[in-house]
Write a protein that binds this ligand. Sequence first.
Ligand code: C2E
Ligand code: CA
Ligand code: CA
Ligand code: CA
Length: 279
Amino acid sequence: RAASEGRRWMTYDPAELEDAEWKMSLLARLDQAVERDEIWVAYQPKIEMATGRIIGAEALARWRHPDKGEVPPSQFIPAAERSGRIENLTAHILDSAVAATASIHRAGHGDFSIAVNLSARLLDSPGLLRMVHETLARHRLAPHHLILEITETTAMASQDGIVETLEALSASGVRLSIDDYGTGFSTLDYLKRIPADEIKIDRSFVSMLEKSQSDRIMVHSTIQLAHSLGRKTVAEGVENAVVLNELRLMQCDYVQGYHTGKPMELSALVKQLSKKETE
Ligand code: C2E
Ligand code: CA
Ligand code: CA
Ligand code: CA
């Protein structure tokens, strides 16, 4: 870097500067990353508690950067949201995930469903419904095999326009899941407004089930509330058998976590699916 530039930045904390530079360089490469196929999707199995079967997966974005190695989504999703690149990125991830699901169906697992994370910003985007429906049509996947995850904070803050978008998605058969449930300090009235099929209890509560009585109460009452509203429940971040068993006693419908399956490449997921079938 030129010396004059160095002086200009001198008052900044070097670590902060490095961080800012890193983010800038990541952002600059993000558009090309999609074109160059550096963005790929990891699939984390979602297990049905009653049967132990893999009934679906969550699509999690990954960036295989040629110089930096694997960049986690926490380092590029927020930047993509701020810079207007999230629509493009999500279109790409959705396309990969829906294509993968269609191929899983052709391999004989016709009830497999896929969950894709949706940024708050996209719910404002006029092109969202079309993008979702075109992607499903392109791969001939029925809408009810797609679950869109929106965070509780998004669901809570949703104004009329967004509720309309969610209603249109739901009316077309796409399912909706409220992600990171419990982190929003919310009143519960939004649950009535949002046509959610599923409530996904945040990892921060699930991981504390063993040790914390208050988290146990929180999780148990969430499951009961969801069931009384006719919604399914998913627990995320299940890391061991003790927690899994607690959730079973609480009649949680689905689980996800390192204990039942880490995020993995599509080929590994397909292997697991056919292994489970022959067991
Ligand atoms: P999330 O949607 O809450 O996803 C769950 C995160 O928890 C994932 O991290 C997953 O790898 C991790 N995880 C799963 N099971 C366990 C467990 O047992 N223990 C622990 N400690 N962690 C577990 P990941 O893949 O790094 O994703 C982080 C966040 O990035 C996601 O949180 C989501 O908010 C966002 N994200 C990922 N992919 C996308 C995407 O395609 N679009 C959007 N908008 N956001 C995405
Ligand atoms: Ca999620
Ligand atoms: Ca989550
Ligand atoms: Ca989260």
